[in-house]
Design a protein around this ligand. Structure first.
Ligand code: S3P
Length: 450
């Protein structure tokens, strides 16, 4: 129930070099999935390094409402006593997923093939977001849904009593939709097939295999074909949640644009379906290196070292990289403002249906801070001014979107004048230690309503 209270205006002032180590929180995508799959396993899953942001806490509460026992042992250690595939109880209250599209979409999928009914809601941002992309495929399994116009929340799902397996091609590049369908397929008999034309983050597939499901992925001419055998008994796991590359993006990008900076961001997953931003920054000429490359839990992991990069250049970001960096375009557009020349970002229509319309929110905020932006339905261009030449001095609306708020705080660290946001409250959904962590590196991010 994240719907936070009064807005928290924040200002970020130009600062000296950022130095030190940035231990960013656990991965949001993997944290949601750990709780949901833990709830669908039989017995106790132990989780360390869980992201304790509002989005994930809402998912933890939801799993409790469906009958799992979720315990916080302190210090990022959690356990989930699962009820098994098809074992969800009917919640006796409305499920409030706060700001989280991932939470609500995955949970709707996970209950859609059980004979129970649940009603979902969220905050003003979530209740505007499209849900037909999930309600359409769960209808194929036999679930029924009633929501507001355009399939928006609040919305009630009546789970299928006799679910059928499906073959479904995901119409938009969305790991949330793919995952919702896979989670629904868990309680359908026989084999379900999910096809995605563009590869999106594959945490659900990897974790389902880890929990003992019979799942295969094949790259074909049709795209990525994922086959899952229904009604397995999922075995509880011990999960160490890696740190979130999408959160690492903020200290990394800040270090690149603040003169004299040198920041180490340890233990960041470089799963190719998530790491697109880091390769894009390197293409722009960033002094960003991967140290201590290793494999952990089947995933490539490295310590990222980001240093001030005076020679950044604008580039055309390859559109086929979009899915692997979809959450990072807001902060990339800030780095682009400090580069020389235009940065062109295409194939990014999905940015318009995130926690906010991220192209619109960033374009307005960048313009308010003296940066030129051009945009179309699925592309945008930021005209870089070069280091030391970004005016700042404006206030951006964060539109209930954590990544918009953090991106403008990064901008303020290197602009000529401070940059403000009307509300930094949403930052707590994914990066509750953002202010402390950035201040520890030398940033000056302050709440301005004190
Ligand atoms: C996520 C998938 C992405 C991403 C979101 C997390 C996930 O959304 O933007 O922050 O954990 O599956 P889409 O699947 O809608 O692209």
């Amino acid at each position: 129930m994240s719907g936070h209270g009064a807005p928290i205006p924040m200002t970020s002032r130009p600062c000296g070099p950022l130095k030190g180590t940035a231990n960013v929180p656990g991965d949001k995508s993997i944290s949601h999935r750990s709780l949901i799959l833990g709830a669908m396993a039989v017995g106790e899953t132990r989780i360390t390094g869980l992201l304790e942001g509002e989005d994930v806490l809402d998912t933890a509460r939801a799993m409790q409402a469906f009958g799992a026992e979720v315990t916080n042992h302190g210090g990022g250690e959690w356990s989930v006593h699962g009820v098994g595939v098809g074992g969800f109880a009917e919640p006796d209250q409305v499920i409030d997923c706060g700001n989280s599209g991932t939470g609500v979409r995955l949970i709707m999928g996970s209950m859609a093939t059980s004979p129970i009914t649940a009603t979902f809601t969220g905050d003003a941002s979530l209740n505007k977001r499209p849900m037909a992309r999930v309600t359409d495929p769960i209808a194929l399994f036999g679930a029924q849904t009633v929501g507001r116009s355009g399939g928006r929340l609040p919305l009630t799902v009546v789970g299928a009593r006799e679910p059928m397996p499906v073959r479904f091609t995901v119409p938009v590049p969305s790991a949330q939709v793919k995952s919702a369908v896979l989670l629904a397929a868990l309680n359908a008999p026989g084999e379900s097939v999910v096809i995605e034309k563009e590869a999106t983050r594959d945490h659900t597939e990897r974790m389902l295999a880890g929990f003992g499901a019979d799942i295969t992925t094949e790259d074909t001419e049709e795209g990525r074909v994922i086959t899952l055998k229904g009604q397995p008994e999922l075995k509880p796991q011990t999960i160490v949640v890696p740190r979130d590359p999408s959160s690492a993006a903020f200290p990394v990008c800040a270090a690149l644009i603040v003169p004299g900076s040198d920041v180490l961001v340890p233990n960041i997953g470089l799963n190719p379906t998530r790491a697109g931003l880091f390769f894009t920054l390197q293409d722009m000429g960033a002094d960003l290196t991967f140290e201590n490359m290793r494999e952990e839990g089947g995933e490539p992991v490295a310590d990222l070292r980001a240093k001030f990069s005076p020679g950044l250049k604008g580039i055309a970001v390859p559109p086929d990289r979009a899915a692997s960096m979809i959450d990072e375009y807001p902060v990339l557009s800030v780095v682009a403002a400090f580069a020389q020349g235009d940065t062109y970002m295409a194939g990014v229509k999905e940015l318009r249906v995130k926690e906010s319309d991220r192209i619109d929110a960033m374009a307005k905020g960048l313009r308010a801070n003296g940066v030129e932006v051009n945009e179309g339905e699925d592309w945008w261009t930021v005209t870089g001014l070069g280091h030391g030449k970004v005016p700042g001095g404006g206030t951006a609306a964060s539109e209930l979107d954590h990544r918009i708020a953090m991106s403008f705080m990064v901008m303020g660290m290197a602009a000529q004048s401070p940059v403000s946001v009307d509300d930094g409250g949403p930052i707590a959904t994914s990066f509750p230690i953002f202010e402390d962590l950035m201040s520890g590196l030398g940033a000056q991010v302050v709440r301005t309503n004190r």
